[in-house]
Design a protein around this ligand. Structure first.
Ligand SMILES: [Ca+2]
Length: 204
């Protein structure tokens, strides 16, 4: 009898938790019933199509300024060749084992959206792309993984703060990790384009 009662009580608590609002009050890892929104908000706190960003012409580790925002690019350059799949004139082009880090933290990130594609260069693979977040740029959490296709397509992820050890007010860094592989000669074989990156905040 006690077990049944406990079961009822637990079920009731779950219902209470799942009835939490769509937007966080103060966000404590689900303790307040955080439920991720179903769609990205209209509150875009940062966006870039890389059209006005500074040049970054080599794969070597370096930085690229995009207005007030600095990107750290390793095995990633700002590409504008015909083989770069993009809108406008520029997109990032990355290869394994690289990363593109937005070297600025944002508080209250609701979600991230971007275009990605397997760049159109002969003899290259699509590899895979992982979107990661971090509070300290040391410990990274993957929130989306994909294998880019041969055309530019839109991807988005809405963060579920129930899964994290920090709340919705945490300042977070975002980076894209370029996975893939090497050929028999140890050469990088993957090329991925990224364009039209958006970071969305919660609605005010
Ligand atoms: Ca672009």
């Amino acid at each position: 009898m006690k077990k049944i009662w406990l079961g009822f009580t637990f079920s009731f608590l779950l219902v209470l938790i799942s009835c939490g609002g769509q937007t966080p009050d103060n966000g404590d890892n689900g303790e307040n019933g955080f439920v991720p929104d179903e769609e990205l908000s209209g509150n875009i706190v940062y966006q870039t199509g890389f059209e006005d960003a500074a040049a970054k012409n080599s794969y070597a580790l370096g930085t690229m300024d995009d207005g007030d925002i600095e990107w750290e690019l390793d095995q990633v350059l700002k590409g504008n060749l015909d083989g770069d799949l993009k809108t406008g004139s520029y997109a990032l082009r990355g290869r394994y084992p690289g990363h593109a880090l937005i070297n600025e933290s944002f508080t209250g990130i609701q979600g991230i959206a971007f275009d990605a594609a397997h760049a159109n260069f002969a003899g290259t693979g699509s590899g895979n792309l992982v979107v990661q977040i971090s509070v300290d740029k040391e410990t990274w959490i993957g929130v989306l993984a994909l294998s880019p296709q041969n055309q530019l397509s839109r991807h988005e992820v809405i963060l579920d703060y129930n899964l994290f050890d920090f709340d919705v007010d945490a300042r977070l860094y975002v980076r894209f990790l370029f996975g893939g592989g090497e050929d028999a000669n140890g050469d990088n074989t993957t090329r991925i384009n990224i364009d039209n990156v958006e970071i969305h905040g919660f609605e005010d």
